[in-house]
Design a protein around this ligand. Sequence first.
Ligand code: ADP
Length: 542
Amino acid sequence: MQGLMMQQPLLVASLLTHAERHHGEQKIVSRRVEGDVHRYTYRQLAKRARRMANALGTLGVKRGERIGTLAWNGYRHMELYFAVSGSGSVLHTLNPRLHVDQLAYIIEHAEDRVLFFDLTFLPLIESVARRVKSPKVFVAMTDRAHMPQADDFGGMLMCYEDLIEQSDDVFEWPLLDENSASSLCYTSGTTGNPKGVLYSHRSTVLHTYAAALPDAMNCSARDVILPVVPMFHVNAWGLPYIACMVGAKLVFPGPALDGKSLYELIEQEQVTMSAGVPTVWQGLLAHVDALGATFSSMRRTVIGGAPCPTAMTDAFQNRHQVEVLHAWGMTELSPIGTICSFKAHQQSLPMPQRHALQAKQGRSLCGIDMRIVDANGDELPWDGESPGDLQVRGHWVTQQYFGADVVSPLCDGWFPTGDIATIDRDGFMQITDRSKDVIKSGGEWISSAAIENVAYLHPEVSMAVCIAARHPKWDERPLLLVVKKSGSELAGDELLSFFNGRVARWWTPDAVVFVETVPLGATGKVLKNQLRDQFGEYYLPA
Ligand code: ADP
């Protein structure tokens, strides 16, 4: 047909090509595991990514083969993001916080051909290498001067900088099928074995377009972006790609994710936006508050992966003038599904109402549709009150896990998220629970997220986790586990009376247990199943 537009496949490499041509001088700053700070530009990133693409060819890597990475957020990891996917193989990011048995399972399942790793993970790699057959080549992401001994490896150990130096920087990014795989990430597998989610070039580029928009992550060429969310889990929520698309300055934190290190980096590099899970921001806020300081350049932060407590939104917005964008997503979605940014009529609402709205996970990005259904699969109304199983579909939702042995997870063409949520008239979704975490008291649902949110409003609460504990009369009742702020003398009764008037009386937990710490999983989320094992029989007679 005449008169149609050009057809260019949506490819990950095109994001880098754009950044090189149109934002070549823009900077990328990385804190390295070697202990120093590394600086270069998008132009140098693109050149080195081409060298690495040639190096992969020399190693005999073929299209479609998986290349593993076990690395922090840094420029070498960024180079692999483009060298691997751009040349047609599949970037398989591995989460170093997983147990070594799970890592070995994932590496074998994915049949990783080569495994790149940051020096921090050498001991982990040595234990993994003994358990797996698949990678024959291991590459330490460092220079010759920092290379470790090669004794304990099942395969060959190579040096990243040697590969770069020995390779040519001329490389034509191939015109791949946009529906071919670009990267692979496994779910953290809190229930059963981890499952692989295979992203395509097309889904990745479409996610990038949508997630960068003003009502989503709101990224531009004038931003300085600090991805705190790891590049080893769901592509750092897409920020490496988004930064290329918009030409933003990038700042990578490397391994130092404590409050002090992050605050120094934010101030030194004049970071304007960041993204991460609530537990990381808790450390940052505690540090900044203890200093009596504030942020000189930060304008907003995306908080997701777990519910963002209202108290955290208040701290960022009221004390520090940093706007909070509450987001929801999952590995199966590349990952972003919803972001909480106001519609025009909400902008002028009184502050308390706007803050209440920000406890919601927000509205769909264009490209993702969602609905809530009851136990029969019938759609529930968008009244902001009826909780149901959240289902999604769209351009960046998985339809089938990686590996032929797994049946499709879809129901009726929709992906069941395993989350329970409400949706209001404005299309704002709010997670009340994961289906496995929900508390069912006398046949009625209680939202653990809502209880935790209230607990966090108490000034002496550092961490709050609400779980279902079995109960002789009500089947289950909420039990609140709390880590107090240091020096606090807070008593259980005092905290429970704080719930008066803040939630329905029957939602108030029957007891509080003070604990020293709570167990966190590989992506920084609270492991509620472990806490249920430990405290799930609290209300039963001994
Ligand atoms: P996992 O590998 O543990 O499934 P994901 O990173 O894929 O890890 O986690 C996705 C899940 O995290 C969602 O299904 C949801 O339960 C939870 N989640 C993500 N963002 C939020 C949020 N803003 N509020 C509440 N829960 C969230």
